[in-house]
Design a protein around this ligand. Structure first.
Ligand code: VGL
Ligand code: ZN
Length: 218
C-alpha cells in the first residue's frame, strides 16, 4: 500500500457486538477477529470509531414483526414513502442487538477505550440501516461523514461484522462519499458467502489489506 502515514485515516470497527458473535445472529468465526481488531486499534489512526447495531424490540428488520420465518425476505418501506414507491426487499432477521440487552453490548475483550465516536444504527423501529452512513433507502445521513470530514480523513479502514452486510454497505457508501476505502480482510467475517461481498466491493474500487501489513508498516 502506498499510504505513508495514518495521520488522515480512520479505523471503523463495525458491529463487534455479542449477538453477532455468540448471540441470536452469530457470524461464523466472529470471535476469531477480536484480537486482530485490538491490535489494529493500537495503531495511530487519526480517528477510531465504532458502530453498533441498536434496535428496538419491534424493529422492522425482525421476522417476528412481520409474522414471517427468520431469513425469509419481505419488502419494507421507509415511513415517509407514503406512496410506497421505494420498497426494498430485505432479509428478515432473528431479533438481535436489542437496546438494553447484553446482545447489543460490545464483545468482551474488545478494547473500546480509544473510540471517540460510536455510531448507532437501526434505532428507529421503522428504519433499517446496514450502512453506518445512511439508511437503506438513502433518506437520511448519520453523523459519520461530518465526523470524518472534520478531521480531514482521506482513507477509511473497515473491520468487523458482518462482511456481507454492515461492513459491505458501509464500505460501499464510504467509497461513494469519496473516501479511499480499505477493508482489512482478516479482521472481517461474513454471514454467508464472502466471495460475493469481496467481488462487489472490489468492483467499486474498495481495496483490501491484511492486518499484518498495517501492523508491520505503522
Ligand atoms: C447486520 C444483519 C442485520 C450486520 C446487522 O451488522 O452486518 N446484519 N443487522
Ligand atoms: Zn440489525
Amino acid at each position: 500500500m502506498a499510504l505513508k502515514s495514518l495521520d488522515r485515516t480512520a479505523l471503523i470497527v463495525i458491529d463487534l457486538q455479542n449477538d453477532f458473535v455468540s448471540g441470536s445472529l452469530p457470524v461464523p468465526g466472529g470471535a476469531e477477529i477480536v484480537d486482530t481488531v485490538n491490535r489494529l486499534v493500537d495503531l495511530p489512526f487519526a480517528l477510531k470509531i465504532a458502530t453498533k447495531d441498536f434496535h428496538p424490540a419491534n424493529h422492522v428488520s425482525f421476522a417476528l414483526r412481520h409474522d414471517l420465518p427468520v431469513f425469509t425476505k419481505a419488502t419494507i418501506f421507509h415511513p415517509s414513502d407514503k406512496a410506497r414507491t421505494k420498497g426494498l426487499e430485505q432479509v428478515l432477521w432473528p431479533a438481535h442487538c436489542v437496546v438494553g440487552t447484553s446482545g447489543a453490548n460490545f464483545v468482551p475483550g474488545l478494547n473500546t477505550d480509544d473510540f471517540t465516536t460510536i455510531i448507532h444504527k437501526g434505532v428507529d423501529p421503522d428504519i433499517e440501516s446496514y450502512s453506518a452512513f445512511r439508511d437503506i433507502w438513502h433518506y437520511q445521513n448519520s453523523d459519520l461523514t461530518r465526523v470524518l470530514h472534520k478531521e480531514n480523513v482521506t482513507d477509511v479502514f473497515f473491520v468487523g461484522l458482518a462482511g456481507d452486510y454492515c461492513v459491505k454497505y458501509t464500505a460501499l457508501d464510504s467509497a461513494s462519499f469519496g473516501f479511499d476505502t480499505w477493508v482489512v480482510r482478516d479482521a472481517v467475517r461474513c454471514i454467508s458467502d464472502d466471495n460475493i461481498a469481496w467481488d462487489e466491493m472490489e468492483k467499486k474500487g474498495i481495496r483490501f489489506v491484511e492486518s499484518a501489513e498495517l501492523i508491520a508498516k505503522f
